[in-house]
Design a protein around this ligand. Structure first.
Ligand code: ZN
Length: 254
């Protein structure tokens, strides 16, 4: 190969890699936000970890209080349940139909209200979460905690996405999109009595879906409850009249 050709190839490589890094080619998966409650996160994928920065951070840390519900990001099968490992603590992996894996680390290991490390599997995993169990996006799979090496850093969910070729992709975009598409920010369930922007957005979503013909008020009253209930029935969801992760996921497809 001539020197010049090599230079062109190198230049192309640099450009493509640059685009990748600037997220023009960023890759995301359609997911339900994996924490059902108040939480914060930032793009900390790839940051150095370990005493001397010898490891790369292969996920995104979602900071939330202990015992905040953790839900399945996708429809899939539980492919791994770790009990408990020094670094990961209590951990679950869910595999979707396309072979992508969604990995959840540091689930709760404490008795409620303590940091005793005695919560056991029942404190970490929702009932029925075992290898081979089928889950739907939004199903409860466990609770946020500080098990494994999160014992020193505070409670959070470390969330990873691994491709079928076992490459970890940055889950940040997917998480941001999960929030945007949900019709409501991540946070408490929406129910009668709630007010504000999240309820307003919910009413707009319901109106777009043909279930709400009233004024967009931002007040979750009986009319909104009735609209949510009818929407849930139409989607084969339990008609509870409140918005949790499953209803949020269904609304995102409206
Ligand atoms: Zn982490």
């Amino acid at each position: 190969m001539q020197f010049r050709q090599g230079l062109y190839i190198l230049a192309m490589f640099v450009i493509v890699f640059g685009l990748w890094n600037t997220r023009v080619f960023a890759f995301s998966r359609p997911i339900t936000f994996p924490v059902d409650g108040a939480s914060t996160f930032r793009d900390d994928f790839g940051e150095p970890r370990g005493a001397n920065g010898e490891r790369k951070h292969l996920g995104v840390d979602i900071i939330a209080d202990k015992l905040t519900p953790v839900v399945a990001a996708v429809d899939g099968v539980v492919s791994d349940v770790v009990s408990p490992e020094a670094t990961w603590g209590y951990a679950v992996t869910i595999k979707d139909n396309a072979g992508y894996k969604y990995i959840y680390l540091h689930l709760n290991n404490d008795t409620p209200g303590t940091d005793d490390g005695l919560g056991g599997e029942a404190g970490a995993y929702a009932p029925g979460i075992k290898v081979g169990a089928k889950v739907k996006a939004g199903d409860l799979i466990g609770w946020v905690g500080d098990s494994g090496d999160a014992e020193d850093t505070g409670s959070h969910l470390h969330f990873e996405i691994e491709t079928p070729k076992k490459v970890n992709i940055n889950p940040y975009e997917s998480l941001v999109l999960a929030l945007k598409s949900g019709g409501s920010e991540v946070g408490p369930r929406l129910a009668v009595g709630d007010k504000g922007e999240e309820v307003r957005r919910l009413q707009i979503k319901l109106a777009n879906a043909g279930f709400y013909n009233e004024e967009i008020t931002g007040n979750f009253g009986p009319i909104t409850k009735s609209a949510v209930t009818r929407f849930q029935k139409s989607k084969g969801l339990e008609p509870v009249g409140q918005v949790g992760p499953k209803t949020r996921a269904a609304l995102s497809k409206v």
